[in-house]
Design a protein around this ligand. Structure first.
Ligand code: F6P
Length: 361
């Protein structure tokens, strides 16, 4: 009798709405094929001593698909951290990879499904290089992986921002204020651009471009002279004010973004002529990540989950499942992280913003 297939699954990097729907789909399909599933906790860290893992049965994943976060926990810090700065990445030390491989061999894992963003998928490629049968699933609210059309979690994060913009418009109009709404996105501005368009932002500021504060203040003051007394600005956290991005380097290249909206608020206040003109800012931060997955993301996450376990069944390893022309497919783990998808002037959304008179920089 052949051995029952043993699958591992883990979620690494920042949490992302839809991850639980992916896990549930993988476990349900795997159990229908009589595979044994082990979930590793705390992302890749769970592969290292003290190993953190547990069996996953269909009972464990009952009713979790609509929940945000990940039942397997996750980590974007620790011994597997290979990011060295904004957008840069280095490899994980061979000794760490060897220890993870050892854990998987001892447990008799035949294949490992890794749900992760660019950093986690780079390590997935290293594990594949070390002989582990890997299938990757792309996961980021930033939607900036060039190898797949859309990642689950993005649409839900956009919903959070649009909801906030609707509320901010209300109060901004009542008080005739300028409001700056800070969105996630350290090196790419997809959340800010998509939500800014949908939520009627008057100005959209993205990490991909530079903007000039004097020019922005001029835009705001011209609006006020033309009876548009309030202005709502959507800004991505990784944007630069006067060529300067704002982040705190905690240690060893561990970077926290947050606070560009406050810096910009001060810069605008210093320049406005009208003393009655007040400026406020809001940082949406992790509310964008911690939300429940919306209907679109639940459906997309289930598609990714089913495609991943089918790739395992087919022995299609060293691959990441991806969405291309609305169809599920696969690409190599090397391709998966090769390209960051950035907003450019040639994107139609940029054109739409321009045509609508939105200040986009
Ligand atoms: O990569 C996803 C992301 O949401 C970024 O947009 C954001 O800068 C980052 O995670 C924040 O991560 P954390 O605060 O958890 O380190």
């Amino acid at each position: 009798m052949s051995k029952r297939k043993h699958i591992g699954i883990l979620s690494g990097g920042g949490d992302c709405p839809g991850t639980n729907a992916v896990i549930a789909s993988v476990v349900k399909v795997a159990s229908s094929m009589d595979y044994h599933v082990t979930g590793f906790e705390y992302g890749l860290e769970g592969l290292l001593k003290p190993v953190a893992c547990r069996d996953l049965t269909t009972d464990d994943v009952k009713g979790i698909s609509y929940l945000g976060g990940t039942i397997l926990k996750t980590s974007n810090r620790g011994r597997f951290t290979s990011k060295t700065g904004a957008g840069e990445a280095g490899g994980v030390e061979p000794a760490i990879i060897d220890e993870a491989v050892h854990t998987l061999r001892v447990l008799g894992i035949d294949a490992l499904i890794i749900i992760g963003g660019d950093g986690t998928l780079l390590t997935a490629a290293q594990l594949a290089g070390a002989g582990i049968n890997i299938v990757g699933i792309p996961k980021t609210i930033d939607n900036d992986l060039g190898s797949t059309e859309t990642t689950f979690g993005f649409s839900s994060a956009v919903d959070v921002v649009v909801d906030a913009l609707d509320k901010i418009h209300t109060t901004a109009t009542s008080h005739e204020r300028t409001f700056i709404v800070e969105c996630m996105g350290r090196s790419t501005g997809w959340i800010t651009l998509t939500a800014g368009l949908a939520g009627g932002a008057n100005a959209i500021l993205l990490p991909e471009f530079d903007f000039n504060v004097d020019d922005l203040v001029n835009f705001i003051q011209t609006r006020r002279r033309n009876h548009h007394r309030s202005t709502v600005i959507a800004i991505a956290e990784g944007s630069r004010v006067g060529g300067r991005s704002l982040f705190r380097d905690i240690h060893d290249g561990e970077v926290h973004y947050s606070g560009i909206s406050e810096l910009l608020m001060g810069a605008i206040e210093d320049r406005i002529e009208d003393e009655d003109h007040e400026v406020r800012h809001v940082i949406l931060g992790h509310t964008q990540r911690g939300t429940m997955p919306n209907a679109y993301d639940r459906g997309l996450a289930k598609r990714y989950g089913v495609a991943a376990i089918e790739a395992v069944a087919d022995g299609n390893f060293g691959q990441m499942v991806c969405l291309s022309n609305s169809q599920m497919g696969t690409c190599s783990l090397a391709e998966a992280t090769a390209q960051v998808k950035r907003v450019s002037e040639s994107h139609y959304e940029y054109h739409v913003a321009k045509r609508l008179g939105i200040y986009i920089h």
